[in-house]
Design a protein around this ligand. Sequence first.
Ligand SMILES: [Zn+2]
Length: 209
Amino acid sequence: MQDKREELRQGNTIDASKLSTQNTFFTDAAWNLQGSQNENEGAQAGIGVYIQLKQGYSKLQASISATGMTANSAVQAEALGLKLAANLLESLHIQEAAVLTDNLTVAKAAAARSPRKEPGNWQIRSYIADFCAMTEFKNIQVYHVNRDQNSIAHEAARLAITQDHVASPIHRFSCTNPVHTRGHCRLLQRLMHTQMQGFVLLRVNCFSD
Ligand SMILES: [Zn+2]
């Protein structure tokens, strides 16, 4: 049997259901160069984040679709996903969480927390550096998950780059969580009123299981 500590070493591939953290942020990106006007200028990244919070906000789940800055590669778009997660941690005042990505290069680089010594890939260096700086004083662990565990974030990311959204961004925030009294969803309140460093939140859906 594999050693449990070895299994949960940051940057490694884990089974998300085995995590004991209170809060989990799944991130994914959708990126397609064919949709861009000029291939040399890259393409806008669609970012999806699926949040599970087990404390502070009562128990909640939320899926977030956002557009990020222009990315020049898929790995760069995935690194933007981590940077959005760092922004969300900040705006929700969350101190402790596991951040998950299905890109192993991004997971390894962020887990190393040494973007200068271990940049992983030069294209992601600045985003990983931003992620590390923004989460420096928090208890944040970064792991890799297989794509089949990341399907909600994946769908949220795809939604962000569908043609409709690119043409006319719909800023849509909704809460169907029965314990959040109508109009008093703290998650939405926080996210509606925070600037996200180059990200535009297209859709935020708060729900419970
Ligand atoms: Zn809510």
